[in-house]
Design a protein around this ligand. Structure first.
Ligand SMILES: O[C@H]1[C@H](O)[C@@H](O)[C@H](O)[C@@H](O)[C@H]1O
Length: 531
């Protein structure tokens, strides 16, 4: 290890300062909004009744109301990256708040279906901006050793938001205009985030990008408590080295050049394949069909209290994201994916088999019908395999794709994450709007077998292409992709970095013990003297 790497290592070794933790939590409110806004819709659709246009919602209106947010998010995510590079990460968070607030107000006041769809779309733009910016902001601030975990705090906020939305939705089912309250509640976290973000700083990487070194130094010294001035300077130099900014006189030329660069520079293109591939896998393995339609499925297989079962499913998602939080940096991203994906495949296969033995049909291509009147053993198998699916999804593919920022070099990070986040929303939109049709056309067994097949394909993709990036500095992550996917080299480097961290840990603990020993002895001596 050369001197510079060793200085940078010591810099990355610093524990997240209270400021980094605060910034992470504030940014994660975007994750909470993402989860809450995608989560409340399943109960709101039931509770709306005849409140819009004085008529019950038709099946396709329900689909449009659900899909409007994903569509807005897809469009928002597409532009958020370029805007983040031009104007900063902080203004993007503030803009997403404005969209959340506008969208929620329009929905609360809606009396027609199209106003509701409009409100959902505006809110979706906020969700798209928030879903891109929160993980990017956090990963740019985090010391590499804790990057994985700090980014997962945002995913925890997403899954927590979904759980809270299910919970509040269940509580408000019978309340008059309860769905308006359900939407209105989302104004509270948004307003809190807006007020807090105004006072917070942008990321040092962004400041360096804009040539504002003084501000960058200032933020680093606060986010990396205990870092020496030498290591801060080394870090700024490193940011500068990675900061081969995209040429171009205006936003359009710059964005075009960034798009060219991400496709033409091999390491950037590999990063793009990985980031988009993982986001696609996350969506096309079918989790969100459960998020949006679990109530319908559980009702069909015979559970009277389907909302409670849905809460168990999203609770499992939250719980296993929490477990991922503890293991992602230690066990590594690649390993947890290689554990999670085969588990998903097995649970989906079991689900497909169980559906095969149930008498489920489609009535007029519009509603699922179960010819069994009692809850059968197969219904229990379905619920168990869905809980198992939720757990194996949440531990790996539910969160790893959100580590996407680490794959891209600084100059194309905004555009790269915009592409991959857009893939995420395109996948979510496709799955949520085709799931019921799939159940109808290829049967529930065919649908879940299809998702099992996608999981198998995903396993092959991850095994051959996804390197281990835990413990590596952001710059090293991009170096790994320079001349191939370098799985073997990444595993060795990750192992080495973790060992170095461990050694440093032991060294510091030893030093602390040595320092505290004389203190302890003198305290004991004082006591003896006093006695
Ligand atoms: O990481 C999140 C999380 O897994 C959510 O539960 C899911 O609904 C989202 O689509 C995904 O991006």
């Amino acid at each position: 290890m050369d001197d510079n790497t060793s200085i940078l290592m010591s810099f990355e070794f610093t524990k997240p300062s209270p400021l980094v933790i605060t910034l992470t939590f504030v940014a994660s409110i975007s994750g909470f909004m993402f989860g809450y806004d995608t989560g409340y819709i399943s109960s709101a659709l039931v509770a709306i009744g005849t409140d819009l246009d004085n008529k019950a919602l038709t099946y396709s209106q329900k689909e449009l109301i659900t899909a409007a947010t994903s569509l807005g998010a897809l469009i928002g995510a597409l532009f958020a990256g370029a805007i983040a590079d031009l104007f900063g990460r902080k203004p993007v968070i503030l803009f997403s708040n404005v969209m959340f607030i506008a969208g929620a107000v329009i929905q609360c006041a809606a009396h027609t279906v199209w106003t509701m769809i409009g409100g959902r779309f505006v809110m979706g733009i906020g969700v798209g901006f928030g879903s891109l910016i929160a993980p990017l902001y956090i990963s740019e601030l985090a010391p590499s050793r804790f990057r994985g975990r700090l980014v997962i705090i945002n995913v925890l906020a997403i899954t927590g938001g979904q759980l809270v939305a299910y919970g509040i939705g269940a509580g408000l089912t019978d309340v008059y205009n309860g769905w308006r309250i359900l939407v209105g509640v989302s104004l509270v976290p948004t307003a809190i985030q807006f007020c807090l973000v105004i006072f917070l700083s942008d990321t040092p990487r962004y400041y360096v990008m804009k040539g504002n070194y003084k501000k960058a130094r200032d933020v680093i010294s606060k986010t990396h408590k205990g870092a020496t001035s030498q290591s801060i300077e080394a870090k700024i130099k490193e940011f500068d080295r990675l900061n081969d900014t995209i040429p171009g006189g205006n936003i359009w030329i710059k964005s075009w050049n960034a798009i060219r660069e991400i496709h033409l520079v091999p390491s950037n293109f590999r990063a793009l394949i990985l980031a988009c591939g993982l986001q696609g896998i996350q969506q096309f393995t079918g989790w969100n069909s459960l998020m949006y339609f679990s109530g319908t499925i559980f009702e069909t297989v015979g559970f009277k209290n389907s909302t409670a079962v849905s809460i168990i499913i999203s609770g499992t998602n939250f719980l296993f994201t929490l477990i991922a939080f503890f293991v992602i940096d230690r066990v590594g991203r690649r390993k947890i994916l290689l554990i999670g994906l085969p588990m998903m495949m097995l649970s989906l296969t079991l689900c497909a088999i169980a559906f095969h033995f149930m008498n489920i049909t489609f009535e007029d291509h519009d509603a699922l019908l179960n010819e069994d009147t009692e809850i059968t053993g197969w219904a229990i198998v379905i619920i168990i395999s869905m809980i198992w699916f939720a757990a194996s999804y949440a531990i790996g593919i539910g969160n790893v794709p959100w580590q996407q920022s680490e794959l891209f070099s600084q100059s194309v990070r905004g555009v790269g994450t915009a592409f991959s986040t857009t893939v995420n929303w395109a996948g979510s939109l496709t799955i949520s709007s085709t799931f019921l049709t799939m159940l109808d056309r290829i049967t529930p067994t065919g649908t879940f077998a299809f998702f099992a097949g996608v999981s198998l394909f995903s396993l092959v993709f991850v095994y051959f292409l996804y390197p281990e990036l835990s413990g590596l500095q952001l710059g090293e992550c991009q170096d790994i992709l320079t001349n191939g996917f370098n799985i073997k080299r990444s595993k060795e480097l990750s192992k080495r970095r973790k060992q170095e961290m461990k050694n440093k840990d032991h060294f510091i603990q030893k030093k602390e013990k040595e320092r505290s020993l004389p203190d302890m002895i003198s305290r004991k001596l004082d006591k003896i003297e006093l006695n």
